[in-house]
Ligand binder design. Structure first.
Ligand code: MG
Length: 297
């Protein structure tokens, strides 16, 4: 643990005791190796995270997933874990509760950006954002199959590109679009040319982020910012700290050099757990429950 970042234990009283809601990242945070909630960070079977989920559910404390995954995936995960609302596709798709109509959060796009029955996903294609990418980076970027299906608002791509090159072209489209680097991945097969290090990218409406979606969702729920927590493992999760009272990082987040860079000037209060992935998640759950218990006496 680096010197600048505090442990969640130090927030045990005030911040945790008044928290009413937790926004959580999934991959690298709640989920262990291979995306399983029943495996720890090293891949060993563990019920620590599942037990923490059950305890928060018993206490009636809402947990809202905030992930790059799509609505269909989060719908099933929410059902399995006993949760309701969630935020999908990096902040673009807000589900007030399971089975409700999605709210499209579109960042800098005007209210009337979409034509009748159009999704943001279709609008991104309509304004030519994909054509800009294929023309700017021939052979260097492609759809991230098979993980790119059933999307409503964002594209998942892979490759290795200098984002700055396409940024101004994407920003000046009829509806401005952004390309975000999601870090290194290891796809088994691609049709990319001469790309050694493959990155995952999200193509999304400009101005959309997990942080802004969390702020929007809190306002919709009538919960003040200081009464919310977030937990994650990446730079986009650090940004969520701007929208909540305390942003927590699981210990494995600190292995990422980009996270260390972002921690030089964090957008809000940040604390870290001792444990990695689900074990860190369970640590936060335990600290949250203990702080509420103490405060009620
Ligand atoms: Mg993550």
């Amino acid at each position: 643990m680096t010197a600048e970042i505090r442990c969640i234990d130090e927030y045990a009283n005030e911040t945790l005791a008044r928290a009413q809601i937790l926004y959580t990242d999934l991959d690298g945070t709640l989920l262990g190796r291979g995306g399983s909630v029943l495996l720890d960070a090293a891949g060993a079977p563990s019920a620590i995270t599942a037990s923490a989920i059950a305890r928060l559910n018993t206490a009636g404390l809402p947990v809202v997933m905030c992930s790059g995954r799509n609505q269909l995936q989060l719908f099933e995960i929410a059902r399995i874990l006993g949760w309701s609302g969630f935020i999908a596709e990096v902040g673009c798709v807000i589900m007030p509760e399971r089975g409700a109509e999605p709210i499209y959060y579109m960042g800098d796009w005007p209210q009337d950006a979409l034509s009748a029955r159009e999704t943001p996903f279709e609008a991104i294609k309509r304004v030519g954002a994909l054509d800009v990418l294929w023309e700017t980076y021939p052979g260097l970027i492609e759809h991230h199959t098979p993980y790119d299906g059933h999307r409503e608002a964002t594209y998942v791509l892979r490759g290795n590109v200098d984002i700055e090159l396409a940024r101004s072209a994407l920003a000046s489209l009829e509806l401005p679009v952004e390309l975000i680097d999601n870090g290194i991945i290891h796809p088994t097969r691609t049709t990319l040319r001469d790309v050694n290090e493959v990155h995952a990218y999200h193509l999304l409406p400009a101005g959309v982020s997990k942080a802004k979606a969390v702020a929007y969702d809190l306002e919709r729920r009538g919960i003040p910012r200081e009464h919310a927590l977030s937990i994650g493992d990446s730079v986009t999760d650090i940004a969520m700290a701007a929208s909540v009272g305390l942003g927590v990082l699981v210990a494995n987040a600190l292995d990422d050099p980009k996270v260390s860079e972002a921690l030089v000037s964090p957008p809000g209060e940040i604390a870290a757990t001792h444990g990695a992935r689900g074990e860190g998640w369970a640590e936060l759950a335990a600290a949250w429950l203990a702080a509420r218990e103490t405060a009620s006496h």
